[in-house]
Design a binder for this molecule. Structure first.
Ligand SMILES: [Zn+2]
Ligand SMILES: [Zn+2]
Length: 194
């Protein structure tokens, strides 16, 4: 593990700026790993960990800096619940902890550093110093991750019978005997223009 200062430097680089969300995300990931007892997430333990994040905000960018879990490695999963929370899963030990930021931490930051005017500065300072239990609530949880969701899954690629595009990782849907991609099956988020 690196020093917190080193993680902050890497987070700033990855995220584009330094903010309270980076400090909170780093602390969240470090706490998750501590609860799991994982000490070398980017070295010898790098295949043990899958992380689920529940919000697409600043805090989320800091999490892979510590865990090494990336979207492109299939080790980072996004569930858009709009919550400042993440679940850290140890595949080897079959254990997981969900860590959620406590709403009270902003208030606590204000109380700790009332003389600092900038909210961001105030929260950065406080989030560096507050104990884990004050920043977060954590619970042991069970996460069932299907083989098709794990890093390294190799399976047959399907081809959508309507649009002809390839579909990986068993994301196809069979409707009345026809193999369809999710978009053609009606789960689309886009519409063709002209
Ligand atoms: Zn930010
Ligand atoms: Zn299709």
């Amino acid at each position: 593990m690196k020093s917190f200062e080193e993680y902050e430097r890497l987070a700033e680089q990855a995220h584009g700026h330094m903010c309270a969300g980076q400090v909170l995300g780093l602390r969240m990931a470090l706490y998750g790993l501590k609860l799991l007892g994982i000490e070398d997430p980017t070295g010898k333990d790098r295949k043990r960990l899958v992380t689920y994040v529940e919000i697409d905000r600043c805090v989320t960018d800091a999490i892979p800096v510590v865990t090494g879990c990336r979207l492109g490695k299939r080790a980072l999963k996004f569930r858009d619940f709009g919550k400042v929370a993440a679940t850290f899963c140890d595949l080897q030990a079959d254990r997981a902890f969900r860590v959620v930021a406590r709403d009270s931490s902003k208030e606590r930051a204000r109380a700790m550093y009332p003389h600092i005017e900038s909210r961001n500065e105030q929260q950065m300072r406080a989030y560096r110093e507050m104990p884990d239990a004050e920043l977060f609530d954590a619970k042991a949880v069970r996460v069932s991750i299907g083989p098709e969701d794990l890093p390294g899954y190799k399976g047959a690629r399907a081809v959508c019978s309507r649009c002809g595009e390839g579909v990986n990782f068993r994301r196809e849907i069979v409707l009345d005997g026809a193999v369809l991609c999710r978009a053609c099956a009606g789960e689309t988020y886009y519409e063709a223009v002209e």
